[in-house]
Structures are given as C-alpha cells and as structure tokens.
Write a protein that binds this ligand. Structure first.
Ligand SMILES: [Zn+2]
Length: 377
C-alpha cells in the first residue's frame, strides 16, 4: 500500500479508505465538523466502521486524532453502548407502538434481546451485516428519539453522534421527520448517514449532508484482512478476495466449506432457468432457499452475478474469476451468442436488493429465472 512517510497509518480498525481517512482527519484538525455526513459507496467497504471510528475519536477521553481503545468511552463504544452515540438501524415495529414510545419500548423481550445482541456484535465487528428479524425499515420513532435526545448534553461536552446505518431503509415518514432535523440541526450533534444506495434517499436529505464517497477495497486489502482477522489461509483468501467485488463483508460471507458446492448450484440454476421446466427450476430454488435464509440466498445471487460477469468478460477475451468453470462459460457463450448479459446482470442486482429488503425470496428467484430465460438467445 502506498504510504505517506510523514504519517503513520491511522484508524487501523478501518480497512484501507486512505483518501477518506485523510479527508476526515483534516476536518478534525480544522475543528469544522459538519452537522451531517453522508457516507456512501458499495456495501461492505467500511462506511459503518468509519462512522463508528469517528464517534470513537470524538468521544475518546484522551483526545487526539485516534481513539485510545482503553478509556471508558472507547470500551463502551466497543459494544455500541455509549450514552453519547446512537447507532440507528432498521427495527421491528412493536405492538401498538405510539408516537411517544421510544423505538425499543414496545418490542417483545425476545425482539429486544435480538436487537441488543446484534448491536453488541456490530460494535465488536463493524463490518458485520446486521440481521434483525422483522426489521423492515428505520422507523419514525427512532428519528423522533434523535429529536428528543439531541438537546441533552453529553459528558465532557463531546458531540452527540447519531449513526443511521443503511439510511436508504428509512420509511417515508421517518425520512420526512429526519429532514426537519437536518433543516434545523441541533447544536453539538452530528448525524452520520451511511448507505450503499444513495439514489434511494430524498434529494433534500442528500443535499443537507456533507458527502463522503467510499471506494471498493482492493483485493490485497481484503485478502490481508481475511488472513489477519479471520484466520483464513492465504490461497483461500485470494479466491474469496477475487470473488468479493471489493467488499470485505461479502468476502466473509463467502467463507464456508460449501462454497464449491454453491458454485455448482449456480451453474445448475443457470442451466435450469434456460431449459426451464418449471418443476426443475422449483427444485433448485428449494435447494437454495432451504436453509440459512436470506444471507445464504444473497451469497448465491452474488455468485450468480460473478458467473454472468465472467461470461461477459470472457466474450471480450478478458481475465475471468471462475477460472475452473471456464469450459462451461465457453460452452454457454458458443450456444447462446445473442444473449443480453448486461440485462441479466441488472436483473440479478435487482434481485439482490429485493432479497435484502425482505421481499418473498422464492418469488424473487422465480422471477429472476424467468428474466434470465427471456434474455438468453
Ligand atoms: Zn479512548
């Protein structure tokens, strides 16, 4: 990695993102922090990690440009249990939830436990994808809580930080309430919105935030992290890094012994989608959705995406990722030379975002199989 000899690497918990780090450091030095940031860029490249790191720096009792990691504040933030920092994410809506209720007030004991466990895990591992059952959106009561808490002062007069992870998940009413907060920003507070889909936010929200763009991570950064943080063997780390599309989160989700088998399943899904006996497609969809749910299906769709991306690359004589599947890719191209692969890639992308939004998974896969067939010729 290129390095500036005058500056030691800062914020080592956050992988790469050197440009972003330097940008934030210079803002910290100038003490001209904006009221609201929007961290945008691909999934799994460290937007939440950076938001949490910035909160750690702002609240660290020792001050300075890096968090110490050992003071009370730093320790509290390790489990996202800090009175001055709220991590806001999609949550289930409680029974009879009223406008004066806090976002957690009406949840069942089990739901509350799920939320707390997920937040703790996220604090320990900011690259983790939060998965709370029945959490379909960032709800209005989470935004109302910002307005309630914002005026209260924090120990040491530090800035109160609200991190809104996956801000594209804001419900429409919540987004409009947030807009009011952004229009009249409460003093001594900072909102950090993170999103992989900036275009899904209200333009009026985007324009009121300072934008920070995050880049995909390099294969080297990802494979090094897999080796160091996840004890993955170097050779496997290299393959996963290649398959990850620049996302550390995705690379880790690809971890697992059944990766080879899943790649076979991808091939089978393509075959059956094209030949299309309805029952055959159904069987493979049952296999894919059988266990582990959403995360597993998302991973399958990413592998499918890579397979078609390889088909496109191979058609242009480029270097492919699924090297061991080169033969089947070549056969496919020879047999269906008129296929609209970019259209298929778009459909898979769409399927991924639908699955992430809790739309009925099997239906998404059936529709996708239909779209693949329609674009292959
Ligand atoms: Zn500290």
């Amino acid at each position: 990695m290129p390095s500036d000899p005058h500056r030691k690497p800062v914020w080592p918990r956050v992988l790469g993102q050197r440009r972003v780090k330097l940008q934030l450091l210079s803002v910290l030095e100038s003490r001209r922090l904006p009221h609201a940031y929007l961290f945008h860029g691909p999934e799994g490249v460290g937007k939440d990690a950076m938001a949490i790191e910035l909160a750690r720096v702002l609240h660290c009792e020792r001050g300075g440009e890096a968090a110490c990691g050992v003071c009370d504040s730093c320790v509290q933030l390790d489990s996202l249990q800090h009175p001055g920092v709220r991590f806001i994410t999609a949550l289930p809506v409680g029974k009879d939830e009223d406008k004066d209720d806090g976002p957690l007030d009406r949840l069942t004991a089990e739901e509350l436990r799920n939320v707390q466990n997920e937040l703790q895990a996220k604090g320990k591992d900011p690259y983790r994808r939060i998965a709370i059952p029945r959490a379909t959106g960032i709800k209005i009561n989470s935004i109302r809580e910002i307005r309630r808490e914002a005026p209260m002062s924090v120990a040491g007069n530090a800035r109160r930080v609200f991190i809104l992870s996956h801000a594209e998940m804001l419900t429409s009413v919540a987004a409009h309430t947030l807009l009011k907060t952004l229009e009249e920003p409460p003093p001594n507070c900072m909102l950090i919105l993170t999103t992989p889909n900036r275009e899904e936010l209200l333009p009026t929200i985007i324009s009121r935030c300072q934008q920070v763009r995050f880049d995909p991570l390099t294969e080297d950064q990802i494979s090094a992290a897999l080796v160091e943080r996840d004890s993955v063997e170097q050779s496997q780390a290299t393959l996963l890094a290649r398959l990850s599309g620049g996302s550390y989160t995705r690379a880790r989700e690809l971890l697992g012994d059944d990766l080879m088998q899943e790649r076979e399943q991808v091939l089978e899904f393509v075959r059956r989608s094209v030949v299309s006996h309805h029952a055959d497609v159904g069987r493979i969809i049952d296999d894919v959705t059988e266990e582990k749910g959403r995360v597993r299906v998302t991973r399958f769709l990413h592998l499918l995406l890579l397979w078609f991306r390889d088909a496109l690359v191979l058609a242009r004589d480029g270097a492919i990722i699924n090297i061991d599947q080169q033969e089947s890719l070549k056969k496919f191209l020879a047999r269906y030379p008129g296929s609209d692969i970019p259209a298929i890639l778009g459909e898979i992308d769409r399927a991924i975002s639908l699955v992430e939004r809790n739309v009925y998974i099997k239906l998404v896969l059936y529709n996708l199989a239909g779209q693949i067939k329609a674009n292959i010729r």
